[in-house]
Design a protein around this ligand. Sequence first.
Ligand SMILES: [Zn+2]
Length: 384
Amino acid sequence: MATAKAQRTCGFDAIQEQISQHQNYDNYLLNKNLSYKKFKQSKADTVIRIPVVVHVIHRLSSENISTSQINSQLAVLNKDFRKLNADTTNAVSWSKADVKFEFILATKDPNGNPSNGITRTATTVDNICNTNQYFSLVPAWNRDRYLNIWVCDVGNNLLGFAWPPNAPNVSPQEDGVVIGSNYFGTTGTAKAPWNLGRTTTHEIGHFFDLLHPWGSDLSPSCNTDDLVSDTPNQNAPEYDCGSRFSCNSADQMSNFLQYVDDACMGNFTLGQKTRMRTALYTQRDSLQFGALFEITSVSELSSTFNPLIFPNPSNGTFQVKLPENTNLNQVEIEVIDLTGKLVKCETKKGFNGLVIDFNSAPSGVYFVSVKNGEFSSTKKLVRH
Ligand SMILES: [Zn+2]
């Protein structure tokens, strides 16, 4: 007789269920669909670095996981989201995407003080993260600048959960990803079969609006799917490992959004990549600039790709000139204020010496980011 084996659980379905009951559900859907529709896939396919803060909340000393366990999780993310994981071979015949997200532990807290990107807080509350108390105890750092990950006792046999972008029932203090301390990273307290860091890869997928491959319905059915065209339709969660068939096609067992064991996962699809990047550029648009705040000195801003931005200081307009012989296909210029908000965005093809007008922005310090699909450069600009 087979012994009962633990199965992956994820709190995302319950969150989706709450959202669908919310009085603002129709608005939420409408706004999301509008922003996705308006979004043009003209954004450069560049690597986006996302600052992460890990909030460790511990009742038991074992829950106060080590820094090396945290680092082991970051290493997994930087493989899985860059298609550098050795087990992409688990994806037999599916598209395997390099999502081009990289995750760095924050080096500064929201006040600009040096930080290692980890907070540690003791609690006496059991299952602190299965209650609404985790964010009262440790509120999120500015969600426009950091991906907040709480590592704690989630209880209720849940491995973790995540909030999708702009959920109508989430507060800025709780928006992020929550992972049980036994399912985080690959060392220390990480427990098989969830000891390869894939719970966090999976939940960050939800954070960027991915659904489970079987869709949002809780009972088995082929009627709903994950709104991604290159993941096959699937009628219910798949567990463990192996190969299965449902809704007239083979299920993509290796997908990171599946419920299979960590060792059997291996890929996001190209469609999932597009959905995540669209979510980042629209619903979580400030987060793409979070890494700018990790820059500690002006000298770090310069790179071999060195466009001219002048005059600086500016009176509300400035010109951007790219170096000779650079690719002028799809040049993207963005002006970002110090809170991380996008003030101005221009995309041009085959044109050098573009004049940017941001007269309506108040005096202050801004970042100007210039990308051309191959390179990117960011500079500080003072507006008088
Ligand atoms: Zn999930």
